[in-house]
Design a binder for this molecule. Structure first.
Ligand code: ARG
Length: 525
């Protein structure tokens, strides 16, 4: 019932907004008023004055409308949400490179992809969460050869990512002047391509320990994957793709002897794209072509979303274009969600090398802030609180603006307790929880919404009515900013409500209704 009212009230508010626009544009205000409107139960009063029309929403109804139970939370305005197509959505995100340095882009891809997957899931899509590891290519030749020279199994077990990275850096340095190591790298990669067991088992070991390490970090971020795929999975298929391109007459040989696809006939693509090296090995794009074809066969997705930094936008445009040229019309259902760069992501010890360093730093700084704050109460597990709040701060900072914008990483700003931060969001949530906890077991009173009529609570309720619209916007353009800013504004409104509607000290009935309202608000945050 509440849900029905909520929808009807939201629809009315939209209608009123449209009406208001007409009225502004029309000099004869009174003539525009629909006499039926005045009798509408949603409106308490309509008046004209000083060049504007004022609508007063029936507050009692508004309060009732926003008191809905848990299971109604996501029963969204069907008129609006039925226009969204639901189906199987494959979201590919995070996708770090084994042994190479982690960069801020991987953190962004991880949290943005996770947001998109969660959003789609909550809207009723079947979601497949995929991590496509950078686990193939010449760098493994170097790593394999380098490990023989600089590697140590003991260190690999103790601190795998760190050790692999050290070996990678060392061997790359060496390769700058030592032709022998380059030859050794080529030999190792060839052994890998020919599936020679010794090379394969070392590579497998690198891959497994890296995935284990990453999984630990993903857990801290509340992120999981259904599938760990990777470039290595599509090595053989990539050669088949080259043959398909050839048989369709799409493959040309360049002057350098490389295999290229000429995209110039396609609109605004005047480039040729290399899919095969002159030594016959495949590239990143070739493996992506193979991976996409494989995924459509295996998962029959209705849409596939790739989340990477905007630097790869051309790569994905070309990928989709080549797929279309090959006759794969489903490439139209593939989408790249690009995001901007993060500048200045540094920890106290310097430049960021691993994702875990960023999370540790967020926790340490938060713990420090908590210890400095006069209002922090004693906690059972301050480390755990600092971890959760610090990570929320990181995510909220990232999600506030348009994804495509670059932004500067700012520890101090993101960890502020006040303002538009994840800390503030967590604080609001904790405050509501504690209020509810303190009142647990309190004697039940009759819930009378007519007692809750202050402007401050009405503002919160009016804001809550925008929830469907905001969710819909995020579902359409896959930008988390709509939802995050909605929640931040809600938290500010709740803060005023806390000040102006104290549960403590109010009469039993008023306290009861206020508490119930706060419980409803908590469900959103
Ligand atoms: N591993 C790549 C990188 O770190 C990202 C992979 C993106 N996904 C893809 N299908 N190409 O740059």
């Amino acid at each position: 019932m509440a849900c029905f009212f909520r929808r009807s009230i939201a629809a009315k508010v939209t209608k009123l907004k449209a009406l208001k626009m007409t009225l502004y544009a029309n000099a004869n205000l009174a003539a525009c008023l629909d006499p039926g409107l005045k009798q509408d139960s949603v409106l308490e009063d309509i008046s004209a004055g000083r060049g504007a029309i004022h609508f007063k929403v029936n507050r009692k109804l508004l309060v009732q409308v926003c008191q809905f139970s848990d299971d109604e939370r996501f029963s969204l305005n069907s008129e609006l949400f039925n226009t969204l197509k639901r189906g199987t959505t494959l979201v590919e995100y995070s996708s770090p490179n084994i042994a190479k340095k982690f960069h801020a882009g991987h953190l962004r891809s991880t949290i943005i992809g996770n947001f998109i997957a969660n959003l789609k899931q909550s809207l009723g899509h079947k979601v497949i969460r995929m991590n496509y590891l950078g686990d193939w290519g010449m760098q493994f030749g170097l790593l394999g050869a380098g490990f023989g020279q600089f590697g140590c199994q003991e260190k690999l077990k103790q601190n795998p990512l760190q050790h692999l990275f050290e070996v990678y850096v060392q061997v790359n340095k060496e390769a700058e002047h030592n032709e022998d190591i380059n030859q050794a790298a080529r030999d190792f990669f060839k052994q890998l391509e020919q599936r020679e067991s010794e090379a394969v088992s070392l590579w497998q070991q690198f891959r497994e320990i890296t995935v284990d390490e990453y999984q630990r970090v993903y857990k801290r971020l509340g992120v999981h994957f259904d599938i760990y795929s990777g470039e290595s999975f599509h090595q053989d298929q990539a050669q088949e793709v080259v043959q398909q391109l050839q048989s369709r007459g799409l493959l040309k040989t360049s002057e350098k002897g490389t295999g290229v696809v000429d995209l110039s006939p396609a609109a605004d693509m005047s480039k040729v794209y290399t899919v095969l090296r002159n030594d016959g090995t495949t590239l990143y794009i070739t493996r992506d072509l193979a991976a996409a074809i494989d995924r459509t066969e295996k998962y029959q997705f209705d849409e596939m979303i790739y989340v990477t930094d905007k630097g790869q936008a051309t790569h994905f445009q070309q990928l989709f274009q080549i797929l279309l040229l090959m006759g794969h019309s489903w490439a139209d259902r593939c989408q790249h969600v690009p995001f901007g760069l993060v500048r200045g992501m540094k920890t106290r010890s310097g430049e960021v090398v691993f994702l875990e360093d960023v999370l540790d730093e967020a926790r340490a700084r938060m713990l420090h802030n908590m210890s400095q704050s006069k209002t922090t109460k004693e906690m059972d597990d301050p480390e755990d609180t600092a971890e959760k709040v610090g990570i929320s701060a990181l995510i909220v900072q990232d999600f506030k603006g348009p994804l495509l914008s670059d932004y500067t990483f700012d520890w101090d700003r993101m960890l502020q307790a006040q303002g538009d931060t994840g800390v503030f969001l967590q604080y609001t949530h904790a405050r509501l929880c504690s209020l509810i906890r303190r009142n647990e077991g309190a004697e039940a009173a009759v819930f009378d919404p007519s007692l809750l009529l202050e402007q401050t609570s009405v503002s919160v309720l009016q804001h809550l009515l925008r929830y469907d619209e905001v969710l819909y916007q995020s579902a359409q353009d896959l930008q988390p900013k709509h939802l995050v800013n909605f929640l931040l504004k809600l938290s500010h409104l709740i803060a005023s409500a806390h000040r102006e509607l104290p549960v403590k000290g109010s009469s039993r009935d008023v306290a009861q209704v206020q508490r119930k309202t706060l419980e409803t608000w908590k469900q959103y945050i």
